[in-house]
Design a protein around this ligand. Structure first.
Ligand SMILES: Cc1ncc(COP(=O)(O)O)c(C=O)c1O
Length: 465
């Protein structure tokens, strides 16, 4: 058995149970994994339908050019279908999108123009405006316009909806999907509600997008629009493909939760998916918290795309840290080292440069310490360690009569209160025995290896609590 072209492999994506996100609770939560499509996203479905409808309507003729404003996934779908059918493609996208997506489109032979993100949709520089203008200027071109072309939602009415119904034997009770153009949620919801009007439809939006406030108030209030980083969901326009009357609840997901949940999907479920998949799963779980599933309920969450396009973004720890999405593991600083030790800002034991080595040894024994700062008046002028003393005594036992000032080493370096423990550890892992810390009141205290050991073992107990 074989397919007559790659186009025939679009759709019929699998349902996969989520095992770690909804554990030991009533009901079943399944993912519809759209990266099984040949272009690795849900958008292959609409690409095929928009092109085939345009051909039927005579809007796209052989040798024609397809022009679209796309964040990448729709472009990929259009590019595949265009390759098989022999059309050219020009895409406009925003500088918010990952370079992986842009490079993929270029790999398929498409032209990609990158436009600024932070301009109004009506601005002539926006990716909507440029796609529209090009489609007017270039002869025999077709502008699919995924936002307002109703073939988009129709494709989900004809494919996604029936698949969801058939794959669950008509037992699906909840459908969760991100809202970008609104095609997925609207088309699938229309089919499902025709089959069973009680099926709950939950839309997932991004914090910073207009959909949730518009859904709840019916008012388009620009004050709800703010920049965000999750790709594919949320908008600053209301596309014609969204039909809010089919949606029962909309949940907004912040970028941080979207990315952290996406990483968990990869690491805990082996589902290497895109960032809006994390939004959808996080949002679904929020919905369940407020409206627990019943034992026979089946919730399906649609996961629109694959993680391969985002490896340099939220799958990269450095990128996550730079954007403040990864909690730094807590690393104590000098101040905490001092706070955590039993004697706090202990009285600094010092030896005067004019005292003898014998007196220094007696002082160290009395206080059970291994090193001493050496002073002259109120100044710290040097240091003395067990290792140094051992070396001197090995050479000559008479060394104990020598003045400390004649045999001492350089003073221990002074460090700032906010220096992290990792850096002090590095300093003390060589020959250095201790560091000095200057306190706010001008006094000094000493921090030694045993202080670091003590702090790190206590800090690990604290973080386990
Ligand atoms: C990654 C991703 N997630 C979700 C969506 C939302 O799907 P729809 O446009 O059908 O609302 C899109 C659409 O661009 C997408 O690319």
């Amino acid at each position: 058995m074989w397919y007559s072209s790659i186009i025939e492999t679009v759709g019929n994506t699998p349902l996969v149970k989520l095992n770690t996100f909804h554990k030991e609770q009533p009901g079943t939560v399944l993912a519809k994994v759209e990266y099984f499509n040949p272009g690795h996203s849900v958008k292959d479905r609409i690409a095929l339908k928009m092109i085939e409808d345009a051909e039927k309507a005579g809007k796209l003729k052989p040798g024609g050019t397809i022009i679209e404003g796309t964040s990448g996934n729709t472009g990929m779908g259009l590019a595949l279908v265009a390759a098989v059918k022999g059309y050219k493609c020009i895409f406009t996208t925003t500088d918010k999108q990952s370079m992986e997506k842009v490079n993929l489109l270029r790999a398929l032979g498409c032209e990609v123009q990158i436009c600024p993100t932070n301009v109004e949709p009506e601005d002539p520089r926006s990716y909507y405006s440029i796609a529209k203008r090009l489609s007017e200027e270039i002869p025999n071109s077709f502008y699919p316009d995924q936002y307002n072309n109703l073939s988009n939602r129709q494709s989900h009415y004809e494919t996604t909806g029936p698949e969801l119904w058939d794959q669950t034997d008509g037992k699906i009770t909840h459908f969760v999907a991100g809202i970008g153009t609104g095609g997925t949620i609207t088309g699938a919801a229309q089919y499902l509600k025709e089959k069973n009007p009680d099926i709950r439809i939950i839309g997932i939006d991004s914090v910073g997008s207009i959909f949730k406030s518009y859904f709840e108030t019916g008012v388009f209030d620009k004050r709800h629009i703010a920049p965000y980083m999750t790709e594919g969901i949320g908008e600053d326009i209301i596309p014609e493909n969204v039909d809010f009357s089919l949606i029962d609840d909309i949940i907004q997901c912040p970028d941080r939760e979207a990315f952290l949940t996406t990483r968990k999907l990869a690491r805990r479920e082996g589902l290497f998916v895109g960032g809006s998949c994390g939004s959808a799963v996080w949002g679904a779980l929020q919905h369940i918290k407020k409206n627990p599933l019943k034992p026979d309920d089946i919730m399906v969450i649609l996961l629109p795309d694959s993680g391969t396009r985002y490896v340099s973004k939220f799958y990269n720890d450095e990128w996550m840290r730079t954007n403040g999405f990864l909690e730094e593991e807590h690393r104590p600083d000098v101040e905490e080292v001092i706070e955590l030790r039993s004697d706090g800002v202990r009285k600094l034991i010092t030896v005067d440069r004019d005292e003898t080595l014998g007196e220094a040894i007696e002082l160290m024994n009395r206080h059970n310490i291994s090193q001493l700062p050496v002073i002259s008046g109120s100044d710290i002028v040097g240091s003395l360690t067990e290792t140094k003393i051992l070396g001197l005594l090995t050479k000559s036992t008479d060394a104990r009569h020598k003045k400390v000032g004649t045999v001492m080493d350089e003073p221990f370096p002074t460090v700032a209160m906010d220096l992290k423990i990792d850096q002090i550890t590095r300093m003390l892992s060589g020959g250095l025995a201790a560091v000095m810390v200057r306190l706010d009141d001008g006094r000094h205290t000493i921090v030694t290896r045993s202080d670091l050991i003590n702090t790190l073992s206590k800090a690990s107990d604290l973080s386990r609590e």
